[in-house]
Design a protein around this ligand. Structure first.
Ligand code: MCA
Ligand code: AMP
Length: 505
C-alpha cells in the first residue's frame, strides 16, 4: 500500500547492499538490513498495541536502532515523537500527558522512572531500546519477521511530532506530515548535490530536526551512507574525515574545529561540503574555517515547524553572516511584525514562510496555531531579518524571547518560572549573552528577598534535576533590582549589554 515517505525512501535506497549506517565500533547496517529491521520493528510496534495514528514517544540514546524505530513508526502509520535525552523525569511528564502516546520507548537504564511516569499519565505500554543493541524492543523486534505490510499513509498524514518550547512557557508539539519531511529532504538532496556516493559524518543528536530530518532523511533520499558518532567529538571527527564527504553541524562544532591545529586543507581534502545551522554562525568562524581549509561552510536556516527554509548556494558564493536564498518551493517574505504587510527589499521585519515544508499546526492547540499563521497561509517565524540587494536573507535578531545555546533552544520563561518559584526569590530575568563555545550562554539575573541566603550555588543546586542540563544557567547573578521601562517591562536588552562580557566572549 502507498506510504508517502517510506515509498520514497525505498525508491532511492535501490542499492540495497550499500552501507546505510556504520557505527563507531565498525558495525555496518546495509539498506537491506534497514528495510528488514524496520519491518521487524513495525511488527513489534503492532504487537505492543500501536495502531495507525498513535503517538510513539521515544527517549533513547543515539543508535541505528533509534533510526529503525523512527522508520518503523512511519511504516506502521504511527507518529514518531522523539524527546531530548537530556530531559528530566519532571520535564517528561508534561510531554507524555500532552501527547497521550500508545507506547513510550526509553533507555534501559531509565525504565523504572519512565514506567512510573507512564502509569501516572496513562501511557499503556513501555519498552526499552539501548545503544548496545539491547533493550526489550530490540529483542522483541529480533524475534519478529522482517516482512511487514506497510500501512497506507498520504502526503498530508502525520509522520512526527516534535515539541518546541513556547515563549509563554508550555511546549508545543509541532505536527509534521509525511510530505513536510519528504519534500524538504528531496529539495536538500538536490540543492546540496547529495548522491549515493556521499558519506555523511553524523555527530548530531537525532531527536531534533537537524540530526533526524535534515541529515538522515537527506541521506536516505540519496541512498547514501552515514558514519554515526554518539556525539560530537573532535578527535573522532578528525579520524573519520578521510572516509567522509560531508558533515552537518551546529556552530559550536565549527567553533571547536577552528580552535584545533589539526584543521587543515589536507585533513579536509576528502570532504566536499560542511553545512552549519540551528543557530547563527559567526562570520569570524566562517572566515577562520575558510583560511584553514580552503572550504566555505554552507549556512542554512530552518525551524522545527518549517524544516529548512533557506540555504546559501552550493555553487555560488556562500556569504558569511547570511543564510542564503529561499529554497526551491519555499516562499519567504519580510513583513511588518504588527500588520503582516510585506516590507520593501532591505527593510528589517518579521520573516514569514510558506511552502510544502511548513508544518500542519501545533498538537491540540488550534488557537496557538492560528495565532502564528497569517490569513494567506504564511507562517510567522519569530525571526527578524532582511533580504539584501542580491537576494540573500540575513537574520538580524529574534522577535521571540529565546536563547540558543550550542544549537539547543532554551526559553527564558521556563527557567524564570522555576527560579521565581524558589523560596527567597522576588523575581528573575533569564537572558542569553555571548559565549565563546555555545554561541549564547544562558544567564540568570535574580532579585532576592532582603535577608534571603541566595547565591549562585544555591540557585543552581535547586534547578538541578528539574531542568535538562543544557537549560541550566551557566552563571547566576544576584542583584538588587531589574531595569524596567516606563510600562514596567523588564529591559532585557540592558541586562544583555551589562553582562555581555561575563564569558569572555
Ligand atoms: C551540553 N551542555 C550544554 C550544551 N550541550 N550546555 C549548554 N548548551 C548546550 N548545547 C552541558 C553539558 O551537559 C555539560 O554540563 C557541559 O554543558 C559541557 O558539556 P560538553 O561536553 O562541552 O558538551 P557536549 O556534550 O560536547 O555538547 C555540546 C554540543 C551539543 C556538541 C554543542 O550540545 C550538541 O550536539 N548540540 C546540537 C544541538 C542540535 O542538534 N540542535 C538542532 C536543533 P556538565 O559539565 O554540567 O555535565 S534543530 C533546530 O534548531 C532547527 C530546526 C535547525 O535549524 O536545525
Ligand atoms: P528550533 O525551534 O529548535 O527549530 O529553532 C529554530 C530557530 O533557530 C529559528 O527560529 C532561528 O531563530 C534559529 N536558527 C536556525 N538556523 C539558524 C541560522 N542559520 N542562523 C540564525 N538562526 C538560526
Amino acid at each position: 500500500m502507498a506510504n508517502h515517505l517510506f515509498d520514497l525512501i525505498r525508491l532511492y535506497g535501490t542499492d540495497t547492499a550499500k552501507t546505510f549506517i556504520e557505527t563507531e565500533d565498525g558495525t555496518r547496517f546495509t539498506y537491506d538490513d534497514l528495510f528488514a529491521a524496520t519491518g521487524r520493528f513495525a511488527n513489534a510496534l503492532v504487537a505492543a498495541g500501536v495502531k495507525p495514528g498513535d503517538r510513539v514517544a521515544v527517549q533513547v540514546e543515539k543508535s541505528p536502532g533509534a533510526i529503525f524505530l523512527y522508520l518503523a513508526c512511519v511504516r506502521a502509520g504511527a507518529i514518531f515523537l522523539p524527546l531530548n535525552t537530556g530531559y528530566t523525569f519532571a520535564e517528561l511528564e508534561y510531554f507524555l500527558s500532552d501527547a497521550e502516546p500508545a507506547l513510550v520507548v526509553c533507555d534501559p537504564a531509565k525504565r523504572e522512572g519512565i514506567a512510573e511516569i507512564a502509569a501516572k499519565t496513562g501511557v499503556p505500554a513501555v519498552e526499552t531500546l539501548g545503544r548496545a543493541r539491547d533493550g526489550s524492543l530490540w529483542h522483541k523486534a529480533g524475534a519478529e519477521k522482517p516482512g511487514f505490510d506497510t500501512v497506507s499513509r498520504g502526503p498530508d498524514d502525520l509522520a512526527a511530532i516534535l515539541y518546541t518550547s513556547g515563549t509563554t512557557g508550555r511546549s508545543k508539539g509541532a505536527m509534521l506530515t509525511h510530505d513536510n519531511l519528504a519534500s524538504n529532504a528531496l529539495t536538500l538532496k538536490d540543492y546540496w548535490k547529495f548522491t549515493s556516493d556521499d558519506v555523511l559524518l553524523h555527530a548530531l543528536p537525532i531527536f531534533h530536526t537537524h540530526g533526524l530530518f535534515v541529515a538522515t532523511n537527506t541521506i536516505l533520499m540519496a541512498g547514501a551512507s552515514m558514519l554515526f558518532l554518539p556525539k560530537f567529538d573532535a578527535d573522532k571527527v578528525f579520524e573519520l574525515m578521510p572516509r567522509a564527504t560531508t558533515m552537518m553541524g551546529v556552530p559550536t562544532f565549527y567553533v571547536r574545529l577552528v580552535q584545533d591545529q589539526r584543521l587543515t586543507e589536507h585533513a579536509t581534502r576528502h570532504m566536499r561540503l560542511f553545512v552549519s545551522g540551528s543557530a547563527p554562525l559567526l562570520a569570524e568562524t566562517h572566515r577562520a574555517f575558510r583560511e584553514m581549509t580552503g572550504q566555505a561552510i554552507l549556512e542554512r536556516y530552518g525551524m522545527t515547524e518549517t524544516n529548512m527554509n533557506t540555504s546559501n548556494p552550493y555553487d555560488g558564493e556562500r556569504i558569511a553572516g547570511t543564510v542564503g536564498f529561499p529554497l526551491p518551493g519555499v516562499s519567504l517574505r519580510v513583513a511588518d511584525p504588527e500588520t503582516g504587510a510585506k516590507l520593501a527589499q532591505g527593510e528589517i521585519g518579521m520573516i514569514e514562510v510558506k511552502g510544502p515544508n511548513v508544518f500542519k499546526g501545533y498538537w491540540r492547540m488550534p488557537e496557538k496555531t492560528a495565532a502564528e499563521f497569517r490569513e494567506d497561509g504564511f507562517f510567522i517565524t519569530g525571526d527578524l531579518g532582511k533580504i539584501d540587494d542580491s537576494g540573500y536573507v540575513h537574520i538580524v535578531g529574534r522577535g521571540k524571547d529565546l536563547v540558543i545555546s550550542g544549537g539547543y533552544n532554551v526559553y527564558p520563561k521556563e527557567i524564570e518560572t522555576e527560579i521565581d518559584g524558589m523560596a527567597g526569590v522576588v523575581e528573575s530575568a533569564v537572558i542569553g549573552v555571548p559565549h565563546p563555545d555555545f554561541g549564547e550562554g544562558v544567564t540568570a539575573v535574580v532579585v532576592a528577598e532582603k535577608g534571603a541566603k541566595l547565591d549562585e550555588r544555591v540557585i543552581l543546586g535547586a534547578l538541578e534535576g528539574r531542568l535538562a542540563k543544557f537549560k541550566l544557567p551557566k552563571r547566576v547573578i544576584v542583584v538588587d533590582d531589574l531595569p524596567r521601562n516606563t510600562m514596567g517591562k523588564v529591559q532585557k536588552n540592558l541586562l544583555r549589554d551589562a553582562y555581555k562580557g561575563i564569558y569572555g566572549g
